[in-house]
Design a binder for this molecule. Structure first.
Ligand code: HEC
Ligand code: HEC
Length: 291
C-alpha cells in the first residue's frame, strides 16, 4: 500500500491506491451536487412515507399522517358529478326532445348521454355512430327514414319498437307474394322486380319492367306510395333511392317480394330510463338526417 498520494501521470487524477495486474483505480468521487440530491431524495422518501399511505402490513397498511385516500377523493368527485347531473336529469324529465334541442346546454348533455347509451344498446345492430349494418339494420345517420326522422317519430320508434311484442309497437308486414299461396306468379314477381330496379335507375329489362309497372300499381303502391318513395305510416321504404335494407340486386329484390324479411327492433320503454330514451332521441336526430 503506497502511503503518499499517487497521481495518475496521464489524467493527473489521484489514484485510490488499488491496483490489479498493473491497472490502477482513479479516485473520482461522485459530484457533490449529486450526493446532496441523493440525500434529499432519502429525506423526501421518509417524509412522504410518513405523510401518505405507504408501508403495507398484514390486514391493512400504514395510512399516513394526513389521511390521504384516492378512494375518498373519487367518491367525493362522483358525488359532486351526480349532484351536478341531477339538475340536468330533473330538467330532462320535464322537457320534450324538441325543447332539449333548443337549449344548447341541455342539448350538449343529452347528446353526450345519448352517444354513450347508443354505443351500449344500439351499436350492436345499427353499427358505430348509426352507420348501419347490412341485412336489414338501417343507417341512422342519413336522411332516409323508414318510419320517420322527426323527433316525435324517432321517440315513438324507440319507446315502442318495430314489430315487437309491445302492444304499441310499430307494425305492418309486407305480404308474401310468392310461395304456397302465391299472390303473384314467378313471372310476375320477375317482372315487378325489373320495375323496382328501374325505379332507382338500375340496369333492368325494359319489357319486363313495363309489365311490372302494372303489377306494382295494383299490389305495391298502397304501401310504397304513388311515386314509390315509401310511406312512413306503413314503414315501407323508398324504392327509388338505392338505399337498401336487404340489397338491390335483382335476386335480392325478388327474394324480398317472394318471401319478405321483416325487420324487428326492440321496444325500449321497459328497458331504458325515460330520460335515456329522450337523450337517444336527440342523439339519433342529430346524427345527420333528422327531419
Ligand atoms: C336487435 C337489433 C336492434 C337494436 C338493438 C336496435 N335496433 Fe333500431 N332497428 C332495428 C331494425 C331491424 C330496424 C329496421 C326495422 C324495419 O325494417 O323497419 C330498426 C329501426 C330503427 C329506427 C327507425 C329508422 C327509420 O328509418 O325510421 C330507429 C330510429 C332506430 N332503429 C333506433 C335505434 C336505437 C336508438 C337503438 C338503441 C336504443 C336501436 N335502434 C336498437 C334493429 C335494432
Ligand atoms: C302492406 C304493405 C306493403 C306492400 C303491399 C308491399 N310492401 Fe314492400 N315493403 C313493405 C315493408 C314494411 C317493407 C320493409 C320491410 C322491413 O323493414 O323489414 C318493404 C320492403 C320492400 C323491399 C325491400 C326494400 C329494401 O330496402 O331492401 C322491396 C324491394 C319491396 N318492399 C318491394 C315491394 C313490391 C315490389 C311490392 C308489390 C309487389 C311490395 N313491396 C308490396 C311493405 C309493403
Amino acid at each position: 500500500m503506497p502511503t503518499k498520494v499517487e497521481k495518475d501521470s496521464i489524467t493527473g487524477t489521484e489514484t485510490t491506491g488499488h491496483e490489479w495486474d498493473g491497472i490502477k483505480e482513479l479516485n473520482t468521487p461522485l459530484p457533490k451536487w449529486w450526493v446532496y440530491v441523493f440525500y434529499v431524495t432519502i429525506v423526501f422518501a421518509v417524509v412522504y412515507s410518513l405523510l401518505y399511505p405507504s408501508v403495507p402490513g398484514i390486514g391493512g397498511y400504514f395510512e399516513g399522517v394526513i389521511g390521504y385516500s384516492q378512494r375518498d377523493i373519487l367518491d367525493r368527485q362522483v358525488a359532486e358529478a351526480r349532484a351536478a347531473q341531477g339538475q340536468y336529469y330533473d330538467r330532462l324529465e320535464q322537457m320534450s326532445p324538441a325543447a332539449i334541442i333548443d337549449d344548447p346546454d341541455m342539448f350538449r348533455f343529452a347528446f353526450a348521454g345519448g352517444e354513450a347509451a347508443f354505443a351500449d344498446n344500439c351499436a350492436p345492430c345499427h353499427g358505430q355512430g348509426g352507420a348501419g349494418v347490412q341485412g336489414g339494420f338501417p343507417v341512422l345517420a342519413d336522411d332516409a327514414w323508414i318510419w320517420g326522422g322527426t323527433l316525435d317519430a324517432i321517440h315513438y320508434t324507440l319507446l315502442y319498437g318495430i314489430r315487437h311484442d309491445n302492444p304499441d309497437s310499430r307494425t305492418s308486414i309486407m305480404p308474401t307474394f310468392g310461395g304456397e299461396f302465391a299472390l303473384l306468379s314467378r313471372d310476375e314477381i320477375g317482372d315487378v322486380a325489373d320495375y323496382v330496379l328501374s325505379l332507382s335507375g338500375q340496369e333492368h329489362n325494359a319489357e319486363r319492367a313495363g309489365r311490372g309497372a302494372e303489377i306494382f300499381a295494383q299490389q305495391c303502391v298502397a304501401c310504397h306510395g304513388e311515386n314509390s318513395t315509401g310511406l312512413q305510416e306503413f314503414g315501407a321504404p323508398n324504392l327509388t333511392d338505392r338505399i337498401w335494407l336487404y340489397g338491390g340486386e335483382r335476386a335480392e329484390i325478388i327474394a324480398q317480394i317472394n318471401q319478405p324479411q321483416h325487420g324487428v327492433m326492440p321496444a325500449w320503454i321497459d328497458r331504458l330510463e325515460d330520460t335515456t330514451i329522450k337523450m337517444l332521441t336527440v342523439y339519433v336526430h342529430s346524427l345527420g338526417g333528422g327531419e
